[in-house]
Ligand binder design. Structure first.
Ligand SMILES: [Zn+2]
Ligand SMILES: [Zn+2]
Length: 374
């Protein structure tokens, strides 16, 4: 019916019909599993009464974008436009919008909608809502089942309830990755109750890990960083870690069993989970946010929980909208930002960046300057 009306509108030249005003978008997509990006033009639904349109200024490249582009986790929809670390400026507001005005800075993270009625939604944990809509590659139950497309594009339409206010004075070039890398680490660190003096381990020192280190240090924890390279040792110490452990050097692991109150794993590749479990003190917690490809996902066996009894393991997925706003305000107020490398909005450059992320060559987050899109 909607299609027929739009067609009628076109035939009659009635372009003023608001329902017909789909928004043309320029972006970058992979057309099949892999890292081969190409320019891709598509449309977004018109700005609804409770929605805003954001002109995207910057979009971060998250490690999950790589997993999704090459279909490491689940069946994907192609063409696929990734990107869930979005920062920009509001260019249009629907008539019921009260949270934003045209010209405000706004962000979008990993979630663009949820049901508003389930127990998770009622407790500000929209990320666990069974009808949550992800920012890209997700069926949008609330817009005729359209497939969402992400922030490697010049504009996005989102409900005001799922857009974040970017505080005045924020560094726009660096703020975007907070919307995923920031909240994904802030939330479990808060959940674990990390406090001053706690012995905290951060396993995996990439985009997520370097945010986790900054939050844990800001809370007064004594932070140890675990990674598999020498190249990041100085960076970890510069960011306030008291110790850096190169896991490929077994001698550096000696004496660490039972020495931690909390360890957060951000590792996106296969690894030995039991090694980290052994490093927890009694009552210690192991938080997991990194998700390797499903075909090579690491496991803990039942007996390892028994041999390491009294240690708790929990997973965590991003964070709710309220907590994301809290994280943004906290980060900007404390000057906590990712270290970023800004790249041009160009298909070949994005593809190269993906390869570098995969090879661990980025320090620490690529951010695409969407204003350079041609
Ligand atoms: Zn992400
Ligand atoms: Zn819900």
């Amino acid at each position: 019916m909607k299609k027929a009306l739009i067609m009628l509108g076109c035939v009659l030249g009635l372009h003023t019909f608001s329902f017909a005003q789909e928004i043309p978008v320029k972006g970058f997509a992979v057309m099949e599993p892999g890292f081969e990006f190409q320019p891709y033009e598509f449309t977004r639904h018109a700005v609804g009464n409770d929605e805003i349109q954001i002109e995207i200024m910057y979009c971060g490249i998250c490690h999950s974008d790589l997993h999704e582009a090459r279909q490491d986790w689940m069946e994907e929809h192609y063409p696929l436009v990734p990107g869930h670390e979005i920062a920009g400026r509001v260019v249009k507001v629907g008539k019921n919008v009260t949270k934003f005005e045209v010209g405000d800075f706004a962000g979008v993270g990993c979630i663009v909608n949820s049901c508003h009625t389930c127990d998770e939604c009622n407790h500000n944990r929209e990320q666990y809502c069974p009808k949550m809509v992800s920012t890209y590659n997700s069926v949008d139950y609330y817009h005729d089942g359209e497939i969402t497309q992400g922030g490697y594009s010049n504009t996005i339409v989102v409900s005001q309830d799922y857009a974040l206010r970017i505080p005045d004075g924020a560094d726009m070039k660096r703020v975007a990755p907070l919307l995923c890398a920031g909240i994904t680490t802030y939330s479990p660190i808060r959940f674990a109750g990390v406090k001053s003096g706690d012995r905290v381990g951060i396993a995996g020192f990439g985009g997520l890990g370097h945010m986790a280190v900054q939050y844990a240090v800001a809370l007064g924890a004594k932070v140890t960083v675990f990674d598999i390279t020498e190249e990041k040792r100085d960076d970890a110490l510069r960011m306030g870690a008291v110790r850096y452990v190169n896991v490929n050097r077994p001698e550096e692991l000696e004496g660490l069993n039972g020495m931690f109150d909390f360890i957060l794993s951000t590792i996106p590749a296969p690894y030995d989970m039991s090694m980290y479990l052994r490093m927890l003190d009694f009552g210690g917690q192991f938080g997991i946010v990194g998700v390797p490809a499903f075909k090579e996902i690491p496991n803990l066996t039942l007996d390892q929980f028994i041999w390491n009894g009294g240690r708790k393991v929990f997973g965590s997925m991003i964070g709710g909208i309220r907590e994301t706003q809290e994280m943004l305000d906290y980060s900007v107020a404390h000057g906590i930002y990712p270290e970023v490398e800004i790249i041009k909005a160009d298909a070949a450059i994005i593809g190269e960046a993906y390869q570098n992320v995969l090879d661990g060559k980025v320090k620490f987050r690529y951010v695409i300057d969407m204003s350079t899109i041609k």
